[in-house]
Write a protein that binds this ligand. Structure first.
Ligand code: ADP
Ligand code: MG
Length: 343
């Protein structure tokens, strides 16, 4: 069945605005979720709008299996779209919001009733079926938007910062729910986010976009453990991203490097001075002066405080060499320890 086996392909899809150019090729295999991750203004929403047919590309094509979608109007593409602000109809009930597109598409009443009941179940909204959007919480509204996008059995699902309007705790809860629903629906989906941990949780593949260009792509673990440049490493939340000069100072070749957490062992090796201690609840972070650099280390309660001396071992086999070329952009180097703060 095409519905469950659709492969989405973007081939050289391009769009230019004054001062901005997007150009992307990528594939989303059947049933997979791709997270489109990037800073604000990197072109994430533009890419979704091109796939949905809400914008016309300057170049390239959108394919669903052997069908080219590019010339088709949005309503003929069988694409489900969830907007950041949900855009629900305020005067319609939850059920009527979900049914809206099906009535437009002239589904018969019995089929609409059956499909709406199915979606209310899938999104755990059955008890709220007769409420209006203003009687719902943010999380429930988000689920209505998702149910509405799924109603007409789209072959592709596009979600633009679907959790962006919610507070942190609710985001974390709904993220797992959204993940489960996307896995069940088995259509290729693209979820836009600017939050790397959200991307890792939800996606099979993460695509990192910067200024309209695809910078790096991979499975969450692969991308996180093997960032190719200082910019990617920093954007993904790594600390200990050293410049060429800082790398040279601790005895590494003169090019940028990442010292990931698993390369650092506390309590063994060379002397290190504790400069900062940050209690974070489940973990405690330390900033350590080591070989003239400031390194960040997070883990279980170390029983150490500023001014204490400890030891630190670097497992050099776990250090990641990064590309010099930093996509032509300045980035914030890790702090260098000032001479007076050296142990
Ligand atoms: P993101 O969703 O990653 O924050 P967008 O895709 O919304 O980024 O925007 C990417 C760039 O394209 C921005 O510089 C934005 O100003 C520009 N842009 C988006 N839509 C339009 C438009 N309709 N007209 C002109 N410029 C636009
Ligand atoms: Mg956007």
């Amino acid at each position: 069945m095409l519905y469950a086996k659709a492969m989405l392909r973007l081939v050289g899809l391009g769009k230019t605005y004054p001062g901005f150019a997007l150009s992307v090729s990528l594939e989303v295999p059947p049933g997979q979720t791709l997270a489109l991750l990037g800073p604000s203004g990197s072109g994430k929403s533009t890419l979704l709008r091109l796939v949905a047919g809400l914008e016309t590309p300057d170049s390239g094509q959108v394919w669903l299996n052997e069908t080219e979608l590019t010339p088709l109007p949005p309503e003929a593409r069988r694409v489900g779209f969830v907007f950041q602000d949900y855009a629900l109809f305020p005067h319609l009930s939850v059920s009527e919001n979900i049914a809206f597109g099906l009535r437009e598409a002239r589904w018969d009443n019995a089929s609409i009733r059956e499909r709406v009941a199915e979606l209310l179940g899938l999104t755990h909204l059955s008890p709220h079926a007769h409420k209006r959007p203003d009687q719902l919480s943010g999380g429930e509204r988000q689920r209505v938007a998702l149910a509405r996008a799924l109603a007409h059995r789209p072959q592709v699902l596009l979600l633009d910062e679907p959790l962006g309007a919610l507070d942190l705790k609710l985001r974390q809860e709904l993220l797992l729910e959204l993940r489960a629903i996307l896995r069940q629906t088995a259509v290729p989906s693209i979820v836009v986010t600017h939050d790397q941990s959200e991307a890792f949780v939800i996606a099979h593949q993460v695509t990192l976009l910067r200024e309209g260009a695809l910078v790096q792509q991979g499975a969450p673990e692969q991308l996180f453990n093997r960032p190719k440049s200082p910019w990617v490493a920093t954007f993904l939340g790594h600390r200990n991203v050293l410049t060429a000069e800082q790398s040279r100072q601790i005895g590494l070749p003169a090019r940028p490097h990442l010292l990931p957490q698993e390369a650092l062992t506390l309590g063994e090796g060379e002397e290190a001075r504790v400069q900062e201690r940050i209690f974070k609840g489940f973990t405690v972070a330390l900033e350590l002066a080591w070989r003239g650099q400031r390194l960040y280390l997070e883990g279980p309660e170390p029983g150490l405080h500023p001014g204490d001396t400890t030891r630190l071992r670097v497992d050099w086999s776990k250090v990641v060499a990064l590309e010099e070329g930093n996509e032509g952009e300045p980035w914030q180097p890790a702090d260098t320890v000032t001479p007076s703060a050296r142990p």
